[in-house]
Structures are given as structure tokens and as C-alpha cells.
Design a binder for this molecule. Structure first.
Ligand SMILES: [Zn+2]
Ligand SMILES: [Zn+2]
Length: 260
């Protein structure tokens, strides 16, 4: 089915900052026709999927059908669930989940993170060395070129100001209907020009203007009203209700948003 001809749904599976004690860490499920794309993969993956599966009465929100992951960077709150996904995927599963990311993120994910837990696996009496490809199907994104995900879905990525390799993205469904997502980043006004055609922009927010690698609420409030009205905030701390966010709205964990 071409995703451009059907509704596109967004479910924030988590909306929290890495210090949250109320939410799961920020990550998403996008349902477009037959396709289910996950964006970022936090720890307690199985518990989180179960909670949403039961609340939304959707049996397909499960690790067995977790087949496509867009991974924006390798901070714990965005990637620690990939190890859990790996453990589940190697147990008799015919397909290996696809991970979409640029080369540097794949290299760092396996070589600096997953290798410690996933490299050695006991088979009979022996330890056998496993590779990234034994667990996953890496798909390489390019900062310079849009990537065709199939079914009328296209992804473009841009390097943002966070870790040395972190990307923001634009997903386009069918004939030009688009969603923007900042991932974690310092304020980059140029992103909003890139997202001019996006009716739905998901942006992180940091309430105190004390660091350069996240975007402060004050910086977002400096954007024109017409842009703020398209922004939905994520990656927030537990005190989020204390702040006036202008025309911008908070994404709600576990809610279903029909994008188009
Ligand atoms: Zn981060
Ligand atoms: Zn984060």
C-alpha cells in the first residue's frame, strides 16, 4: 500500500528528558499504511511496548514487529533499547530489524556501545563472536541525499548541534506531506526554513537556557507565531506544567495524532 494514500498516525511512545521520572524517554511510532517506523529506541523497550500495546489495544505494538528503526544519535535515552531489540531479534526471528542512520552512527552504535553486550553469544559449549549484521540490517543514510524508504515515504536528514553525529529529519509521505523532527539539538533557526513545508514539527525543549546542546524555551518563543503553531514539544522535564509555551503544544505520551 502506498503510504501517501492512507492516514499517517504518530504515537509518542515517550516524551521525557533523560532526567525524567514520569515518562519514557522521547521516541515515536509512526504508522503509515502497512508501515511502522520507530524513531529512537530507549531502554525498558519491552515494558514500554507492552504498556502502549495494552492501552491502545494494538497487538502489533510488539518487539516481534519492531522492524524499522530510525536512530538519531547514540545517547542512552535514544538508543539503549537497541541492545534489548538485538537480544530479541537473534532468537529465531527470520528478519533482522532495519536500522536507518548515517555511517558514523552505525559505527559508534556497534563499536562503542552494543559490542560490549552483544558480541559474545554462547552456542553449545562455545562462545561465538557475533557481528552487528547478525542482529540488525543496517541501512545507510546520507546527509547530502534524500533516501527513499519505499511506499511513497522519503527521509531527509541534517546534522544538528548535539553529539558530533546527531541528525534532525524530515519525513515526506506521498505527494509532499511532511513531518519535521529536531532530535536533540541546540537552537538552529535554519531548521525552520527547511521545515517550511512541514505542517507538524516535533521539537525538543529545554527549560533553562544554560547549555548549548539543547534548545531553550526562550529560543523557541522567539519564533514567529505561524511557526510556533506548527510545533509540538517533546523531551521535557517533569516540571513542564510550570512553563508558558506560547502557541506551542506539548506532545502527550501514548496519545494518537493523525497527521494527514
Ligand atoms: Zn541526546
Ligand atoms: Zn535525549
Amino acid at each position: 500500500m502506498n503510504a501517501g494514500t492512507s492516514l499517517v498516525k504518530l504515537i509518542p511512545l515517550g516524551v521525557g528528558h533523560s532526567s525524567t521520572t514520569c515518562f519514557y524517554y522521547t521516541n515515536y511510532l509512526i504508522i503509515a499504511g502497512e508501515r511502522r517506523l520507530y524513531i529512537d529506541c530507549p531502554p525498558y523497550l519491552l515494558k514500554m511496548l507492552r504498556q502502549h500495546r495494552e492501552a491502545l489495544r494494538d497487538p502489533d505494538i510488539c518487539v516481534e514487529k519492531y522492524s524499522e528503526l530510525i536512530l538519531t544519535h547514540t545517547h542512552m535515552d535514544h538508543c539503549a533499547g537497541v541492545e534489548e531489540l538485538g537480544y530479541m531479534s537473534i532468537r529465531g526471528r527470520p528478519d533482522k530489524p532495519k536500522i536507518y542512520a548515517p555511517c558514523g552512527i552505525h559505527r559508534s552504535l556497534w563499536g562503542e556501545s552494543l559490542v560490549a553486550g552483544l558480541r559474545w553469544r554462547m552456542e553449545g559449549e562455545r562462545f561465538v563472536a557475533k557481528t552487528y549484521e547478525d542482529y540488525f540490517t543496517p541501512v545507510y543514510l546520507d546527509y547530502e541525499m534524500p533516501f527513499d524508504l519505499g511506499d511513497g515515504i522519503k527521509i531527509e536528514i541534517r546534522r544538528v548541534r548535539h553529539m558530533p553525529e546527531t541528525f534532525g529529519l524530515k519525513l515526506t509521505f506521498g505527494s509532499g506531506i511532511s513531518l519535521g523532527y529536531s532530535s536533540d539539538t541546540g537552537f538552529m533557526p535554519e531548521l525552520f526554513t527547511w521545515w517550511e513545508d512541514c505542517s507538524f514539527i516535533i521539537h525538543e525543549v529545554h527549560f533553562k537556557p544554560d547549555i548549548q546542546w539543547h534548545t531553550s524555551l526562550d529560543e523557541l518563543l522567539s519564533l514567529p507565531e505561524s511557526v510556533q503553531k506548527r510545533i509540538w514539544l517533546c523531551h521535557y522535564t517533569d516540571d513542564y506544567m510550570d512553563y508558558d509555551t506560547g502557541y506551542m503544544r506539548y506532545l502527550e505520551q501514548g496519545a494518537e495524532y493523525t497527521l494527514f
